[in-house]
Design a protein around this ligand. Structure first.
Ligand SMILES: Nc1nc2c(ncn2[C@@H]2O[C@H](COP(=O)(O)OP(=O)(O)O)[C@@H](O)[C@H]2O)c(=O)[nH]1
Ligand SMILES: [Mg+2]
Length: 206
């Protein structure tokens, strides 16, 4: 996938403040600090478009980035990438801590442009309750989900394949092994996004 350009579009802490969907959207969800923002930067081949942080729970709001893509060397498409607030951060309020919070839930339920959600988990930790609940919720809403197991580079190279394989049990499917440091898996993630978001058909709004 060739990224022609990518830019920040909007941020909001309240869904009502977001611009109306204009193009196909893919959202990125996961626990705080799992590597969501790093994954988006890697996909867009931009170092610091999306702010990353080593302090958990920093990004409370939701941000949208717009990318202009070239598919198969000719067709162009526009895709909006939505960085959802991280969940599972202990310092949040009680109600928020229970799941992913009203902001994420509202977005997933009501956002008309949403074509798929990339669910990001740490390859070393595997899915936690919140992650599995999120995947169930997406199934219930009939929103395609793509599971990415990130931070693959933190494992020695001979442990990477087995670690990804081990997650098939708890997830019920094979996640895409990924690292935002080495770029492993980036083409696989794009391929899945492209299919799930029907990107060839994303030239018209909606
Ligand atoms: N080694 C390694 N570190 C990563 C990777 N992805 C993210 N990180 C680091 O993990 C921390 C949190 O990343 P960030 O993208 O901000 O996570 P977010 O809270 O989910 O958006 C930062 O210090 C990143 O540099 C990865 O694939 N490998
Ligand atoms: Mg982030």
């Amino acid at each position: 996938m060739h990224v022609l350009d990518a830019s920040f579009l909007a941020t909001a802490t309240d869904q009502g403040a977001l611009p109306a969907p204009a193009f196909a959207e893919v959202a990125f969800a996961g626990r705080s600090n799992v590597g969501k923002s790093s994954l988006i930067n890697k996909l867009l081949a931009r170092r610091r478009l999306v702010r990353t942080s080593s302090t958990p729970g920093c990004t409370r709001g939701l941000s949208i980035f717009r990318a202009r893509l070239r598919i198969d060397g000719e067709q162009e498409a526009i895709l909006d990438l939505v960085d959802l607030p991280g969940f599972g951060y202990a310092k949040r309020s009680k109600t928020e801590r229970r799941s992913w919070g009203p902001m994420i839930e509202g977005f997933l339920k009501h956002r008309a442009g949403l074509r798929a959600v990339v669910s990001i988990i740490d390859v070393r930790r595997g899915p936690e309750d919140d992650d599995l609940q999120l995947l169930e919720f997406l199934d219930h809403l009939k929103i395609p989900s793509i599971v990415v197991a990130t931070k693959l580079d933190k494992l020695p190279s001979n442990k990477r394949k087995p670690a990804v394989h081990k997650l098939i049990g708890p997830l019920g499917r094979k996640p895409i092994g990924f690292s935002s440091v080495t770029g492993d898996g980036v083409e696989d993630v794009w391929r899945r996004i492209r299919t799930a978001a029907a990107l060839g058909a994303a030239l018209t709004p909606g």
